[in-house]
Design a binder for this molecule. Structure first.
Ligand code: G3I
Length: 404
């Protein structure tokens, strides 16, 4: 991992802010990987088109991603309120997605208003949308240091009953929320980003960790399992493509499994860019999980156009790459490189039967968290452009004969 990438990864976590089936793929479909025949008649018209010359296949011929990959894994997209009613993103979701993840509305902030008081309004709206459209829902997430409301930690830490009180709040929250969504989500990211970003420790030194050590992870998984015996339970993390961080994450997983903690799978966020990481690095992460007989989910995939130096993640940010403007030569090059990266990654995912869901962190380029992180700047990290049309990257993963 480069220093810049390492820095980026660290700050990603620290400062950035009707069930169709169980987590397995299922269904028919015809994804052929990198070398097989084309998957659908509709994609044949796209053969060998070239975005470099400005030409992409007719959007109306685009095959549904959820069909293309149905025999391999679910196709997911992260959804913020508003995207379900927006014409562009609604059309993409209904046609292409077999799974959605709430980008923010199923986290403890906003759901956990105060101890025992919950606001499910936005989350229930999203569940209703998913059910209406036959889309499964990934639960994201139960415990994340960035979105743990302060009421969890209220009280005097020196008081003898403090730890028991905070533990009880955590377990009550998880029990109530998992029960509320029982039968409506197929899996939960139980804990999110609990791994240290550097070798100074194995665990993130969050408030949770400072109070409980690693035991809070165990409490969270056990409470979730008790509330719903069949929902699949994940530990979700970023930078699993970095071998050192992967090692720390797997130490945590092994520690929990040795205690009998009910972990079903590992979520790999995969916030990557056009030039990083290598397929080999990502494959190492998938293989490490398979070796524990666990499920792999790709949970937050996007491919940024930028590979900034570490200073861009400082305060204030400096040295960030110059904005790439749509329509320029730099944009054309970036779209090509992005399509190649997406193709390489999807070919990898499709070659590992342990991968049961692949979720993009957004729907189309008109809404992405990367337009404000690490700085406010245009970014185009998804498979559909700002108008909702399939990009080179879409065609690269949908049609093996397409030339980006
Ligand atoms: O909806 C409210 C709005 O009513 C209010 O006026 C506004 C004022 O700030 O906030 C809006 O909520 C924002 C929400 O996104 C919806 O847009 C929150 O402030 C904002 O903090 C929240 O950010 C999300 C962040 O997680 C925290 O939940 C980002 O959209 C989301 O992309 C990001 O996702 C995380 C993953 O969960 C974990 N991995 C990293 C990834 C990127 O940071």
């Amino acid at each position: 991992m480069t220093k810049a990438a390492s820095r980026r990864a660290m700050l990603l976590g620290a400062g950035a802010a009707s069930i169709l089936s169980a987590c397995g793929g299922g269904g028919g479909g015809g994804y052929s990987g990198s070398g097989g025949s084309s998957n659908s008649s509709s994609s044949s018209s796209s053969s060998s088109s070239s975005s470099a010359t400005g030409g992409l296949p007719d959007p109306s011929t685009a095959p549904a991603l959820k069909t293309t990959f149905a025999s391999k894994f679910k196709i997911g997209m992260a959804v913020d309120p508003g995207l379900t009613s927006q014409t562009i993103t609604n059309a993409i979701l209904v046609k292409h997605a077999s799974s959605i993840t709430a980008e923010s509305v199923m986290k403890a902030n906003p759901i956990g208003v105060s101890a025992g008081v919950y606001d499910y309004t936005q989350a229930d709206n999203l569940i209703a949308y998913a059910q209406t459209n036959g889309i499964a829902v990934r639960g994201h997430n139960l415990v994340w240091h960035q979105t743990s409301p302060s009421w969890f930690f209220a009280g005097d830490p020196t008081d003898s009953g403090y730890k028991a009180l905070v533990r009880s709040r955590l377990e009550t929250y998880i029990t109530d929320v998992v029960t509320h969504f029982k039968g409506k989500v197929y899996c939960w990211d139980v804990v999110n980003e609990v791994t240290s970003d550097d070798g100074s420790g194995t665990y993130r030194n969050s408030q949770w960790y400072q109070i409980f050590g690693d035991a809070y992870i165990e409490y969270a998984f056990r409470a979730a399992r008790a509330a719903d015996p069949t929902v699949q339970l994940f530990i979700n993390e970023y930078s699993t493509e970095d071998s050192a961080k992967l090692g720390r994450l797997m130490t945590i997983v092994d520690t929990m499994l040795a205690r009998g903690v009910p972990i079903d799978g590992v979520g790999h966020q995969l916030h990557i860019n056009t030039g990083y990481p290598s397929v080999a690095n990502v494959e190492a992460a998938l293989t490490a999980v398979e070796n524990r007989n666990l499920i792999n989910h790709v949970t937050e995939l996007d491919v940024s156009l930028y590979s900034d130096p570490g200073s861009c993640y400082g305060s204030p940010p400096t040295g960030c790459q110059a904005q790439i403007t749509a329509g320029t030569a730099a944009y054309t090059t970036a779209m090509h490189d992005q399509a190649v990266q997406y193709r390489n990654m999807f070919n990898l995912f499709a070659s590992h039967s342990s991968v049961k869901a692949v979720t993009m962190w957004g729907v189309a380029d008109n809404h992405t968290w990367l337009s404000s992180f690490p700085i406010a700047r245009n970014n185009y990290p998804l498979l559909f452009d700002t108008a909702g049309n399939p990009k080179s990257a879409f065609w690269a993963i949908s049609d093996p004969t397409f030339t980006p």
